[in-house]
Design a protein around this ligand. Structure first.
Ligand code: 5GP
Length: 222
């Protein structure tokens, strides 16, 4: 009975002090705190992988198309897929075959949504016709990216589309318009980086999911 809904990180929690972690020297002064340590991310993904395996192996002798939303989703995608592979290796009674696809979306400029979504690499998506698709995304904020992406993919007539997102954000003012089928964590309304999530292409090379300092926001602004 593993939870497909997010583990909720409350507003009162501001993360761990940087002093407890080994962080790259080049980012140490730009971060406020470690919101979700790498090991915790891994444990939660392992639980999600079991849940996805249990839910989706049924009646699914055909491949599940796991669709990575680049660039931010690549670490979550890679770890989730490899943990589903572990399930496949360890379970002799059932299996979930997968194929892997990659697309790229971009909507953020600095730490704000630009309001328009760029989708790259939607060329030969006819292969998703009549197939089960699992979109694997890093973070859902307003939800507009996922609503738009799902609409685009529906045009190719897949059998089903499900969404796994590592994080959803609990927004202060506005409501999120999309709820994923599987979610790792719900976090307070901070701009987070690390574990492949970037700020203007910085911080992807950081293991832990961290909150940026105001000075970091200014330093890497374009
Ligand atoms: P939405 O369309 O849901 O508002 O935004 C989703 C996209 O915005 C994500 O795929 C991600 O690229 C970016 N995004 C939203 N919030 C954050 C955040 O806190 N940190 C980072 N690095 N990207 C974010």
């Amino acid at each position: 009975n593993i939870e497909a809904n997010p583990l909720i990180i409350p507003d009162s929690y501001e993360g761990y002090s940087l002093s407890y972690f080994n962080l790259p020297l080049h980012y140490r002064n730009d971060l406020k705190s470690v919101l979700i340590p790498y090991g915790f991310v891994q444990d939660r993904i392992e639980a999600l992988a079991s849940r996805i395996f249990d839910d989706l192996h049924i009646g699914m002798p055909e491949q599940l198309i796991c669709m990575c939303v680049l660039k931010g989703g690549y670490r979550f995608f890679s770890d989730l897929v490899s943990k589903i592979q572990n399930e496949n290796r360890l379970r002799s009674d059932r299996s979930l075959p997968m194929s892997l696809e990659f697309i790229r979306t971009r909507s953020y400029i600095n730490d704000q949504s630009s309001g328009s979504l760029e989708i790259i690499g939607l060329g030969d998506l006819n292969k998703i016709k009549n197939k089960n698709v699992l979109i694997i995304e890093d973070i859902i904020d307003s939800g507009i990216t996922m609503v738009t992406l799902k609409e685009e993919l529906e045009k190719f007539h897949p059998k089903t589309i499900r969404v796994a997102s590592l994080i959803t954000k609990r927004r202060k003012d506005k409501k999120c318009v999309f709820k994923p089928d599987y979610c790792g964590f719900e976090v307070p309304d901070h701009f987070v980086v690390g574990y492949a999530l970037d700020y203007n292409e910085y911080f992807r090379d950081l293991e832990h999911i961290c909150i940026l300092k105001e000075s970091g926001v200014t330093k890497y602004k374009v």
